[in-house]
Design a protein around this ligand. Structure first.
Ligand code: FAD
Length: 548
């Protein structure tokens, strides 16, 4: 098998980045920056996106992984936000159907809970209306018997009824990477492990950044006609570097999720419920394959680079889940994995973390840098559209040569299929002699959609090269992510491309051993560098179970 290694591909990109000037430099490879790069590319702008770490390594791999309108924002009268993201979810679903799955959410009503039947019924009715939910998917109010039938793990003595409404489940990190790939297919250049350091100005206007390469250690400049800052929780750091940080700044809020096996928390479906003893706060419990995750917390936090999980966070979620499902009797040792991320919210004096608005906001500096912060994963497309529109206003010469925003009609990579069942059957048929299981193919399809065809083709190469290989699809998945998704470090693959660290934690060690020899061959990394990255990954893995 011969192919250009990840490092080889990256070096080719670097030589273009160093030698060419771009129309637009986007800072940040979370969902917001990735959405902006896609929007810019499809309008015809010569676009460069740089990400200091790996794509989605910030907040965009640490969310509750829902494409939703945010039922709870109604309580804060955020009607505009609910309406916009509610409508956006329809578009995300249409454009990335392999990554967005309708999921019925059960809201159990309990004795002494914050919601009564009338309140829940009216609230979700308004939510459905604002979010433009189709008639067949609108909320259904349930009796206590119906509620317990749907979720027998609930406490029968406590349940007074329920409401069933529609949410959409996704994989935030994979959504981000599909956006990056789609942007690249339309001509954008995106690179991870390249940090924006200091702005470069010409006549007082921002014209690029000095950068630091996290793989080679090299420092060099990138040049562009203008810059959009989509650095999520780090937006203010970039604004500071541009000397444009104003009174309106970010306030970070930390959110933690814990993962259990479905055996330990055998819920039959997704739920959203009150946290006992913390009035007004609610958490989700969401089954996913062989695992279930529960969260989130919402507390102010300063350090965007190290969002940890404290003992208090873990206890808060364990207590909330045990109060709703007393038979589960979950304890610390039942936790299989965890993640913690920070919400980049806009500061409003006197408000608690939960009360701060989730709306996005644009800042335009004197040097012409556009910054975007706040918002939701679900609303990334509209945020991107607004950012590019604002940027084009500052660059009228570019505006005259660009097309209108078309992202509502752009299907993301992996969405080239009509019917999931038929597609998976085709994959099964095409596996021929290579060892596979249907579940493995279904799991791959949920992550890579129609691109799974390429993974099966790579599995043939792997298998033909070594007939004793027992998991050619596993090796082929790694190979695919290295070739097509800029995977360089073990963490990129195990945490963000495959999601294994969160949802198949028990397989990580085994897969690490199985894939060890493939890493050097596939990536082109020096052995010593790979060892360092493997050690870093060991720390990351340990951290998912260390609660300080
Ligand atoms: P990020 O994903 O953090 O991306 C910013 C990127 O910029 C990072 O990757 C960072 O490394 C990079 N960067 C920073 N500085 C530099 C630099 N100097 N040079 C280059 N790159 C740089 N939204 C929903 O719609 N649904 C949900 O279910 C949901 N649940 C949530 C639950 C929690 C606990 C949290 C914290 C958020 C949740 N959200 C949800 C909100 C959503 O996750 C965020 O709005 C979204 O992910 C923010 O994306 P972003 O791209 O703006 O930021």
């Amino acid at each position: 098998m011969s192919f250009n290694t990840a490092i080889g591909q990256r070096n080719q990109k670097l030589s273009v980045i160093k030698n060419e000037k771009f129309d637009l430099l986007v800072i940040g490879g979370g969902v917001t920056g990735a959405g902006i790069a896609l929007d810019a590319a499809c309008r015809g702008l010569k676009t460069l996106l740089i990400e200091k770490d790996d794509y989605a390594s910030g907040t965009s791999s640490k969310s509750t992984k829902l494409i939703h309108g945010g039922l709870r924002y109604l309580k804060q009268f955020e009607f505009g936000l609910v309406r916009e993201v509610g409508r956006e979810r329809e578009i995300v679903w249409r454009n990335a159907p392999h990554l967005v799955h309708p999921e019925k959410m059960l809201l159990p009503l309990v004795k002494n809970g914050s919601l009564n039947k009338l309140g829940a019924s009216v609230g979700i009715y308004v939510y459905d209306y604002l979010a433009g939910v189709k008639s067949g998917e609108r909320r259904k109010m349930l009796s206590s018997e119906e509620t317990l039938k749907l979720e027998p793990l609930l406490d029968a003595k406590n349940v007074t009824g329920g409401a069933l409404y529609t949410e959409y489940r996704t994989d935030d990190a994979r959504l981000t990477i599909e956006l990056i790939k789609t942007a690249e297919n339309l001509g954008a250049l995106c690179i991870n492990y390249l940090k924006a350091d200091q702005p470069i100005y010409e006549n007082g206007k921002i014209k690029g950044f000095t950068t630091l390469d996290g793989i080679t250690g090299e420092a060099f400049s990138v040049r562009a006609e203008g810059v959009i800052n989509a650095a999520g929780p780090w937006v203010d750091e970039i604004r500071k570097a541009d000397a444009s940080l104003s009174n309106k700044h970010l306030k970070l809020s930390k959110g933690v999720h814990l993962v259990f096996s479905l055996e330990k928390l055998p819920v039959k479906q997704s739920l959203y419920f009150d946290v006992k003893g913390d009035k007004g706060r609610m958490i989700f419990v969401i089954p996913r394959g062989r695992a279930v995750y529960a969260g989130t917390t919402d507390t102010f936090y300063e350090d965007a680079d190290h969002p940890n999980v404290t003992q208090a966070d873990a206890t808060y979620i364990l207590n909330a889940v045990n109060a709703m499902f007393p038979d589960a009797k979950l304890v610390r040792s039942d936790i299989e994995s965890s993640w913690s991320g920070v919400r980049p919210l806009i500061m409003e004096a006197g408000k608690s973390a939960s009360e701060l608005s989730r709306k996005d906001e644009l800042f335009v500096s004197q040097s012409g840098m556009v910054s975007i912060a706040g918002g939701k994963l679900t609303g990334y497309r509209k945020m991107a559209e607004r950012s590019i529109d604002a940027w084009l206003k500052l660059h009228p010469y570019a505006a005259s040569n660009t097309k209108k925003c078309e992202t509502q009609n752009i299907r993301l990579t992996g969405s080239d299929f009509k019917n999931k069942k038929e597609f998976v059957q085709r994959l099964v048929d095409s596996c021929g002699q290579i060892p596979y299981s249907v579940i493995q193919l279904e799991n791959l399809f949920e992550k890579y959609g129609s691109e799974t065809e390429k993974i099966v083709a790579y599995a043939y190469d792997v298998f033909n090269g070594d007939r004793t290989c027992i998991n050619p699809l596993g090796k082929a998945e790694l190979l695919y992510t290295i070739r097509h998704e800029q995977v360089i470090k073990p963490e990129d693959y195990f945490v963000r491309r495959s999601g294994m660290v969160y949802f198949n934690r028990n397989q990580v060690e085994e897969m690490q051993i199985e894939l060890a020899s493939a890493w050097v061959d596939f990536t082109g990394l020096e052995e010593i560098k790979l060892q360092n990255y493997q050690a870093d990954f060991g720390h990351t893995l340990a951290k998912t179970l260390q609660f300080q």
